[in-house]
Design a protein around this ligand. Sequence first.
Ligand code: BG6
Length: 466
Amino acid sequence: MSDSHSDALVFFGATGDLAYKMIFPALQALVKRGHLDVPVIGVAKGGGTVSQLRARAHDSLEKHGGVDSAAFEKLSSLLRYVDGDYNDAATFQALHKELNGAERPAFYLAIPPMLFETVVKHIAESVKAPDARVIIEKPFGHDLASARELNKTLHRFLPESAIFRIDHYLGKQAVNNVVVFRFANAFMEPFWNRNYIQSMEITMAEAFGVEGRGGFYDQTGVIRDVIENHLFQILSNLAMESPARADSESIRDEKAKVLKAIPAVEKGNVVRGQFRGYRTEAGVAPDSKVGTFAALRLEVDSWRWKGVPFYIRAGKNLPVTCTEVLARFRRPPTVFHNAGDSANYMRFRIGPEMTIAVGATVLGQNEQEGKRPVEIIASRHPQPGEMDAYERILGEAMAGDPTLFAREDYVEEAWRIVDPVLAADTPVYEYEKGSWGPSEVAGKIAPEGGWHNPAATGQEDYRVAA
Ligand code: BG6
């Protein structure tokens, strides 16, 4: 274990949903890989015991990825439990005792944001570990003002270097691969700019709805839930410049620079939608105007991208579950390319599988066939035992590497960009479940040539929809 590695992990919200779905599986995976060998202390207010927490962990693993008996046994031996109210100093005194002199504990706040300040204040006052770090779940605030406020609050107790703001998309190999692919391969550079790229599209489609999270979702909406964080991370990776050095701050500087170059989105550059039936979901207001779909047009006013429109679209209950980027190239000035030729692009599929593809037009097998679109494609499906996003980011936070976390300036820039559309009362158009969102999108926010609708895994026909 290096000098900066956390010597204990404390997770608040130990009996909550996130712990159940994501954290226990990530912990077991970390143990199995030999990356976790320090006390793991769950904190919650539930009147439970450590054996109940172990049983819950077991249950969680049975449902999410499976129990590995040796790893689970080891994890159980590392698990501790502190029960108590987050408002009560006694909870933190008990935690202090349980930490048993740990000098560099990592505190993971898997709890509602309104509790962040209380918990961080207690940690600073009662636990007194000078080298503590805090891992914070999204959403980080709900607009620019609240994000600034939250940053200010955290900085009263912690330096920026001790704050790890989670965006689990940064734990995805396919997201990080965009940067490596761009900068590790010399052929990318000459055309990856405004001279050759006509438009950039990012689509995050989910073929399911709010899945019992109606209460949370109705306070959040699609722009806060996935666009200003997950999809902006993809956008930053697509648009950033090569960092001067490979250290965390040089990389995060470049990402923040991308967002700084994006003017705030005006309300005419967004179309919002809501799937039919959303208002009858549990926890959703019957007259809710929250968007479960949004399409946005952005500009990146940098030397590289000025004048290239970036389109972002995300929604629940769309036809497929898939996140994909399509960079359309400008039309070549030759007689061999006609306006109707659709294959002239580069495609990055971020999930469910990872794909890099170049769409090109070639001469078919015979005269009848003429020209036809093809894809030169490299694709890889997730393999059993592969590190998933949560395991990766938890491991990185405990190792003390902030590269895969959102920095203060970055999160504030992200909120600045979407703030006007969050405040604007733009219409929310209804759309049918299983459709590509409201029909208004096509006429208002669409790239030249129309949106590219990603195909379900295994059903790609290697061409862009006209
Ligand atoms: C979460 C959102 O942050 O990301 C969810 O709250 C969304 O609404 C999820 O479904 C998508 O993550 P992934 O890794 O499944 O693409």
